[in-house]
Design a binder for this molecule. Structure first.
Ligand code: CA
Ligand code: CA
Length: 300
């Protein structure tokens, strides 16, 4: 199985980026990822090469998927997320919702085992591993890996975990998929500034969709729900964008008149904040898959 080493990281997603690995549509690939602090607090198994830049929020990749052409969509089935034995959190005196609480960065390392983190002596927290940054090359210029947008990127959506299917746009030949910034656990909002930041390995199956039903990317399937994930400069804008992405999809895919699809949206869709701490805000809107199936919609 193709495995992309944590040596191959970068921190800007761009169309002109050189691929570090190639695969076919339908192939399963493992991405070894560093934590968001570039493994600088908890040293990784391989030390950075001499002269290597100090990557911020590094992602592994990009992977070139043969046959992917602009206008296609990339289906990424997240099969497994394996975690390093410890993760790290760090306060921020300058960012997040609580900078006024901290005069300096306070760092804490937490051991992780058997699906739990040891928060303190007598408190264990159950983990729910997720991928913070996952995306394809953007349509326009270059987007740093701190920023979420229409290509995916730093969405920090806690629902992007093992057993889910993520759909991303293909803006350039090969799609150029990268990912990193695993969180072993994170709450909606990511309010302080980080999750339990951790290195790891993600196993994904990547499939190029040419002529199938188009979904509004980024788009996630999890637990019987379809989810739009949208990012914008403000939460208000991200909320309206995510709701409209789902409304457009439900209306078009079901063939319902907008008064009916709008009523269903208002009755059944749930909105949640993914994160409020990145350069753009991210909101998701969830809609039940069984209702879509009732109207004959089959997910690609
Ligand atoms: Ca992140
Ligand atoms: Ca992070």
């Amino acid at each position: 199985m193709l495995k992309i080493s944590r040596e191959f990281v970068h921190d800007v997603m761009r169309a002109s980026q050189e691929a570090v690995a190639f695969c076919e549509s339908g192939e399963t690939v493992i991405f070894e990822t560093r934590d968001c602090y570039n493994d600088a607090i908890i040293p990784g198994p391989k030390q950075p090469k001499e002269g290597e830049p100090d990557y911020a929020n590094p992602v592994t990749g990009p992977l070139f998927i043969r046959g992917a052409m602009p206008g296609d969509q990339l289906k990424v089935e997240i099969l497994d997320i394996r975690l390093a034995p410890q993760g790290v959190m760090r306060t921020s005196p300058t960012a997040g919702a609580f900078p006024h609480y901290y005069k300096e960065r306070i760092v804490k390392i937490f051991p992780v085992s058997d699906g739990y983190m040891q928060f303190d002596e007598d408190l264990k927290l159950k983990l729910s591993p997720m991928i913070g940054v996952i995306g394809t090359a953007p349509e326009t210029d270059a987007i740093d890996t701190a920023t979420p947008y229409d290509h995916g990127g730093n969405m920090d959506c806690k629902k992007i975990g093992a057993g889910t299917t993520l759909y991303l746009p293909v803006n350039v030949e090969g799609a150029l998929l990268s990912m990193g910034d695993i969180h072993a656990l994170m709450g909606d909002g990511e309010v302080m500034i980080c999750g339990l930041e951790i290195a790891g390995e993600v196993t994904v199956k990547v499939t190029v969709l040419h002529d199938q039903l188009k979904v509004p990317t980024p788009f996630l399937l999890r637990d019987g729900l379809a989810m739009t994930i949208q990012s914008a400069d403000t939460l208000d804008e991200a909320a309206v964008k995510a709701a409209n992405a789902m409304m457009d999809f439900v209306t078009k895919a079901s063939g319902l008149a907008p008064e009916k699809s709008g009523m269903l949206m208002s009755l059944l869709s749930d909105m949640a904040v993914c994160q409020i701490v990145d350069p753009k805000m991210t909101v998701r809107v969830e809609f039940p898959l069984d209702i879509l199936q009732h109207y004959g919609v089959q997910m690609p």
